[in-house]
Design a protein around this ligand. Structure first.
Ligand code: MG
Length: 218
């Protein structure tokens, strides 16, 4: 079972990983998608796909377009079902920065055929995580910078206040569809600037005052 380390606190076993798609308008547009206005787009990754900062991403041989997506990741530390935004706030216990690694060619193929794009988002190493910071140690202001460099070149940069659905709306919404439990993680979507990476590329992403995450494609 995969665990995450909460800085200065305990290790927590990871339950499920719920991800939000198209949560920054500029990224939705660069993908040629409509900007969602009513509800976030939700998909999932199994916890077994997690790797940690410093580990390497093995490029799947059945894709020619592996892309990076840097995202704020929320840690759920209290059970929440049908929760209000206030209850959602209380259920969020920590934050990290993560990489939602995506097989973009497969995602477009599946979308074109109207099939689920699960396998474009799920492969070993597709969820790269930094350490987590507990909200007692750092309370997110939600205007922190989020950024990602490939081989030292800046590719993604934005502010968390550009998210279409804020963290309370996301957690409240998901909790109305499925119970969230301690150890569940939420990937909250990526800003514009996603790009293809190949073997040998080194990626570093971060969120101001939260953490950095590094990996290499092999
Ligand atoms: Mg994503």
């Amino acid at each position: 079972m995969k665990k995450i380390k909460l800085k200065n606190k305990e290790e927590i076993e990871v339950g499920k990983i719920v991800c939000v798609g198209r949560n920054y308008a500029d990224h939705a547009k660069e993908m040629g998608n409509e900007v969602p206005d009513e509800f976030p787009i939700i998909f999932m990754k199994p916890a077994s796909t997690i790797i940690y900062s410093g580990d390497k991403v093995e490029h799947p041989d059945y894709s020619n377009n592996l892309q990076h997506e840097v995202e704020l990741v929320l840690l759920i530390t209290e059970t929440i079902k049908n929760g209000s935004e206030k209850e959602a706030e209380d259920a969020i216990g920590g934050y990290a920065v993560g990489l939602d690694m995506t097989l973009r060619d497969l995602q477009f193929q599946y979308k074109d055929k109207g099939e689920p794009w699960t396998l474009a988002k799920v492969f070993d190493g597709c969820a790269v995580l930094s350490d987590f910071v507990s909200k007692e140690d750092y309370k997110l202001k939600e205007n922190e910078n989020i950024y990602l460099d490939v081989n030292g070149e800046r590719k993604q940069t934005s502010s968390l206040n550009n998210m279409i659905f804020d963290i309370r709306k996301i957690v409240s919404y998901i909790s109305k569809k499925m119970t969230l439990e301690k150890g569940d993680l939420i990937f909250t979507g990526t800003p514009a600037g996603v790009s293809r990476v190949v073997k040998g590329d080194k990626i570093k992403g971060g969120i101001q005052n939260v953490a950095e995450v590094e990996t290499e494609i092999i």
